[in-house]
Design a protein around this ligand. Structure first.
Ligand SMILES: [Zn+2]
Length: 265
């Protein structure tokens, strides 16, 4: 009986998978080391990166950043460079204080402008800040849960203030209307509000809605500068500037309560 050749001795485990050149899946994971002592490294192609670099992120993940247009040879070099740095990386990581996560009521993830972000809490830090790394928001604080929540809410309020003012500027130009100031509020009775003294107010929880919903809310409020009521003319004006306004209204009806309950103190 012909004996099956015993399986070829499995080749040394390939630690590094070269991404296909046309790969768009980003990030890919590279493992350094062996057995259960693997070090995970995310490969990220960056449009801004001019050269290869290795980063240890605030959440202690490691990233190998390569220019998006790197050639296969350059990618190979980057991988070699990474392997050479393994010992150094392990030393650096060992020197960092471990990230200690604590159980909180803070959601594990949040949808911000329609994109899902993981919320990471890092209490092994003296910094009091929120960092934004790819699809993660890292809340750094030694404080208690309410402090962590405050930091996160504060970060999101500043984010929506910045984003919404861009839209207000753009759309007010288009509508040729003027306003005096924009205020972001923690308010449940409205998403946006225009008062005849030229003040615009918006709920900060618009940050949890997709961008096009934010756009609709801005269009709606700025149309009120021209039409103070919800008359037929008002809705025509809204439609001219945001044709799918009915869909946006429906979205807010369906998701509004959920948005108001997020990070509700
Ligand atoms: Zn209105």
């Amino acid at each position: 009986m012909k004996k099956h050749k015993s399986k070829q001795k499995s080749k040394k485990a390939i630690l590094i998978d070269l991404p296909p050149l046309n790969s768009t899946s980003n990030p890919e994971v590279i493992y350094l080391g062996k057995g259960n002592n693997l070090l995970e490294v995310n490969l990220r192609k960056s449009i801004r990166a001019k050269s290869v670099r290795i980063r240890i992120l605030a959440n202690q993940n490691i990233e190998l950043v390569i220019p998006h247009n790197a050639s296969l040879a350059q990618i190979k070099q980057a991988h070699q460079f990474l392997q050479q740095q393994e010992k150094e990386l392990r030393t650096k990581l060992a020197q960092l204080e471990p990230i200690v996560a604590i159980a909180t009521e803070i959601p594990k993830s949040l949808s911000i402008f329609g994109q899902e972000y993981r919320i990471i809490i890092n209490i092994s830090t003296s910094k009091e800040t929120v960092l934004h790394e790819n699809d993660q928001l890292i809340v750094c604080s030694r404080g208690n849960e309410s402090k962590i929540e405050w930091l996160l809410v504060n970060y999101l309020q500043q984010l929506i203030a910045k984003e919404i003012s861009v839209y207000v500027k753009l759309i007010s130009k288009k509508l040729q209307v003027t306003y005096k100031k924009i205020t972001i509020k923690d308010v449940r009775s409205y998403w946006g509000c225009y008062s005849t003294n030229g003040h615009l107010s918006f709920s900060w929880r618009i940050v949890f809605a997709p961008r096009h919903i934010m756009e609709y809310i801005v269009v709606h409020e700025l149309c009120h500068i021209l039409e103070h009521n919800h008359s037929k003319r008002f809705w025509q004006l809204v439609e001219q500037n945001y044709p799918e306004y009915q869909k946006a209204e429906l979205w807010l009806k369906q998701h509004g309560v959920k948005l108001h309950n997020l990070l509700a103190r």
